[in-house]
Design a protein around this ligand. Structure first.
Ligand SMILES: [Zn+2]
Length: 299
């Protein structure tokens, strides 16, 4: 990934995963990117020393790495589903300077002929701002749904955690991304794992947060998983490569192992939310807690 990462670092505005498509049974999955953004490498790699992670990922003079924001559009089923909604555009100037977000998701959807009102369902894996930023848009002093016809879903435990505004992670929870939708009845909070529409279900995988839910996709015996921040990029495949953000890193490690126990023999396609170059692939076991990826072609 190193060559790709360096290319992405220097051409951030042009290189993303946007528009890549793949078939999973009857479903057609398309990655829609909200563009790339920067984040601190130490926060992304936790206890992993820089001499190790810097072999995989390039960082800039501020020790930042380029990250992707891959939302997943699922078409071909009974309803059209969008999983996660990127970082959005509701930041003030101070925060914008930190992350330098490109905020392209709505533009990329529109450019591909996907109208906002064609989305039936929006699923937020969790409510950190980089996963639900385009749930809403600001219009004057009002906050409006970006996807007016959609029913939105998010884990109830995530919402409760966000409402408490804990010192540790309150900056990650921006209530304008979800509270107006809850108040209007457009967002449903999920108390447990369930099927959202035939072939698309959510599964709680604690670690990054207590209630984060991955999205499991199955059709005609083919399987995929939008794994969210359990494995944010392909540089995080190895069991111990866990973000410093994770509230329960021991659980991330254990749940990653459990996920691989099922996903590797089951040939489950894995979608990586924050990889700026590789949106998906099949994980393979390299032994000794190390894992690799079989990249797959697009349609
Ligand atoms: Zn997160």
């Amino acid at each position: 990934m190193s060559h790709l990462a360096i290319d992405v670092a220097t051409e951030k505005a042009t290189v993303t995963t946007n528009g890549r498509r793949i078939a999973v049974g009857d479903f057609e999955l398309t990655v829609f990117s909200d563009g790339n953004y920067y984040n601190d490498a130490g926060a992304m790699f936790g206890i992993i020393p820089k001499p190790l992670w810097s072999r995989k990922v390039a960082s800039d003079e501020k020790n930042r790495v380029v990250l992707g924001l891959n939302s997943l559009l699922i078409r071909g089923g009974r309803q059209t589903v969008l999983v996660d909604t990127g970082i959005g555009n509701k930041f003030d100037e101070r925060v914008r300077k930190v992350y330098e977000p490109e905020s392209r998701l709505l533009g990329n959807l529109t450019d591909a002929g996907v109208a906002p009102d064609s989305i039936d369902i929006v699923i937020n894996t969790h409510l950190h701002f980089d996963h639900c930023g385009w749930n809403t848009v600001r219009s004057g002093d009002r906050v409006l749904p970006s996807f007016p016809r959609a029913t939105y879903y998010a884990p109830e435990g995530e919402w409760q955690h966000g409402q408490k505004q804990y010192l540790r992670d309150r900056v990650s929870y921006i209530s304008d991304n979800y509270n107006p939708l809850i108040e209007s009845g457009q967002m449903k909070l999920l108390k447990e794992d369930r099927e959202i529409t035939p072939g698309v279900s959510v599964r709680t995988i604690p670690g990054h947060t207590r209630y984060m839910q991955a999205v499991m996709i199955e059709s005609q015996g083919k399987k995929a998983c939008y794994v969210s921040d359990l494995i944010p990029t392909v540089a995080h495949l190895d069991l111990l490569w866990v973000m410093a953000y994770d509230l329960f890193p021991m659980e991330t490690i254990e749940n990653k192992r459990r996920f691989y126990d099922e996903a590797i023999p089951g040939r489950r396609l894995v979608i990586f939310t924050h990889d700026p170059a590789i949106p998906w692939g099949y994980v393979k076991d390299l032994g000794a807690g190390k894992y690799g990826i079989d990249p797959v072609g697009s349609l």
